[in-house]
Design a protein around this ligand. Structure first.
Ligand code: ACM
Ligand code: ZN
Length: 483
């Protein structure tokens, strides 16, 4: 069947379902939205009126679970919930993208983890709404269910905030607006853009989780509102890559006014329970030297500037809590938390390796594994060929496949791990078509590691070429070298 990710069970029976086009789709009205998405996905394809796909309820299915029964005359997809139905239809979509004769099988399938994510950095380079929608659609073909939208960084602020108009007026345009293939990298998403991405993602059963990176990676904020920094500037929306010394001033209360306004905006636009607050790679030199930060240190009874980060994290988490939101932070949010303990409900995203996530899980935090050491960083090159695009480090498809979010964990600790994800940082990724080359097929490997209990790399490599032909039909640019 060459399905990716591998279903939990496939039972082969005699006979084939043969079709000369896309079968007619019908079913219970509660599944109308999923049927509508499926029809959209095959828009323009020839219909085979003789054959049908039927969507029906099976109450014995758990959340996200689905069943597929293939008989010579029809395909029956059943689930107890709409998300399960959507996943089932995506598996059927895979079959119809490469087969005109589908073996009669019974498939039972359900996910291993509830968080199956992909992060796109739209700050270092700007990506169009139509590219983001295409990507979300194809991620959902693999049962990826989280689109983590990295909206702000040193090189650009992409989120409109009504009471802070300079964030987009100034902060969305990098200092040196180098044209890349005739286009300037910059811009922001309008409220309308954001709502349309979220609505589209919902039709693909993908949840959009916004990230606003605080208090580091803040050059675009500082260029827009210099009073929020320790030195007062001058600042610039960065065109260079790297980690910068200037971060939001921990001694300036106006920083929290800005955070309130940003969180109001996120609450208005994003239905997700989660808001990612970043927290990675904060430099403390400015805080060490800043009289306002030193005053904050003495007020709070903290000893070192580093501890101000956990003080800030606690405040941001409380602000989100008042809005009914749960914070996610990069694994640095666990450091220097002796005085200001990281609230238990903060979800930790482990990126520098798995250790941060392991520690967080032992402390009872929910954890998402995205370790750069396990093939989760898709801005790394696919292999050592000097012609490969990407960062100098290498993440092979097999590295991504090797991720086990619960590796070496006791059962009790492993229970805190809600899943895994891959991240595409975009310093070097100028356009959507290069992004596709970096993402595929590594995301197919990730999808399998977070969905199935039946991981087998040899089997994956046999299925992959056929699956890549499907992605070709969907006009996806892909890496096809050594795995
Ligand atoms: C990160 O890669 N700085 C989270
Ligand atoms: Zn300061």
């Amino acid at each position: 069947m060459n399905i990716i990710p591998m279903p939990a069970s496939i039972e082969y029976r005699a006979g084939y379902f043969k079709t000369v086009g896309i079968p007619r789709l019908s079913g219970e009205t509660r599944f109308e939205p999923e049927m509508h998405s499926f029809r959209e996905q095959f828009e323009g394809a020839p219909i085979d009126d003789e054959k049908q796909i039927i969507c029906s309820t099976d109450d014995s299915c758990a959340k996200e679970e689905y069943r597929i029964r293939i008989d010579p005359e029809r395909i029956t997809v059943s689930a107890s919930c709409q998300t399960g139905m959507y996943h089932g239809l995506q598996t059927v979509r895979q079959m119809l993208l490469d087969e005109s004769a589908i073996p009669s099988v019974l498939i039972k399938d359900r996910p291993r983890f509830s968080w199956r994510g992909f992060m796109l950095d739209t700050a270092r380079h700007f990506y169009t709404v139509s590219f983001i929608k295409k990507l979300i659609d194809i991620l959902s073909l693999h049962h990826i269910n989280i689109f983590h939208w990295h909206l702000t960084d040193d090189q650009g602020w992409r989120l409109p905030v009504k009471s802070y108009p300079l964030l987009t007026e100034i902060g969305s345009k990098r200092l040196e607006r180098r044209p890349v293939w005739g286009r300037y990298s910059g811009g922001f998403y309008t409220e309308q853009d954001i709502r349309s991405v979220i609505a589209f993602a919902a039709s693909r059963h993908v949840e959009v989780v916004p990230e606003v990176d605080l208090p580091g990676h803040a050059s675009a904020i500082l260029a827009s509102y210099p009073g929020l920094g320790c030195t007062g500037g001058p600042y610039r929306v960065e065109d260079r890559t790297g980690v910068f010394e200037d971060v939001l001033c921990a001694g300036t209360d106006a920083v929290f006014d800005l955070a309130e306004a940003v969180f109001d905006t996120l609450q208005e636009l994003f239905p997700s329970e989660y808001v990612h607050i970043g927290g990675d790679e904060v430099r403390f030199n400015r805080w060490d030297a800043c009289p306002k930060c030193r005053r904050r240190l003495s007020e709070t009874g903290l000893k070192s500037a580093r501890e101000l980060q956990s003080w800030i994290t606690v405040k941001l988490v409380e602000m989100l809590g008042r809005r009914g939101k749960t914070a996610i932070g990069w694994d640095e949010v666990l450091e220097d938390t002796e005085q200001f303990r990281l609230p238990k409900n903060v979800v930790v995203m482990s990126w520098r390796g798995s250790q941060g996530g392991e520690k967080a899980a032992r402390l009872g935090h929910k954890v998402i594994m995205a370790p750069s050491t396990k093939g989760c960083y898709l801005d790394y090159r696919h292999n050592e060929d000097p012609e490969e695009p990407g960062q100098p480090a290498i993440s092979r498809v097999s590295d991504t496949y090797s991720l086990d979010p619960c590796e070496n964990m006791a059962a009790e600790t492993a229970a805190s791990v809600i899943g895994g994800q891959c991240n595409l940082w975009s310093e070097l990724i100028y356009a959507g078509k290069i992004a596709e080359y970096m993402i595929f097929p590594r995301i197919c490997a990730l999808a399998e590691t977070v969905w199935t209990e039946r991981k087998d790399f040899a089997s994956f490599t046999q299925r992959l070429p056929i699956h890549q032909n499907r992605l070709d039909r969907l006009h996806v640019i892909q890496y096809r070298g050594a795995l």
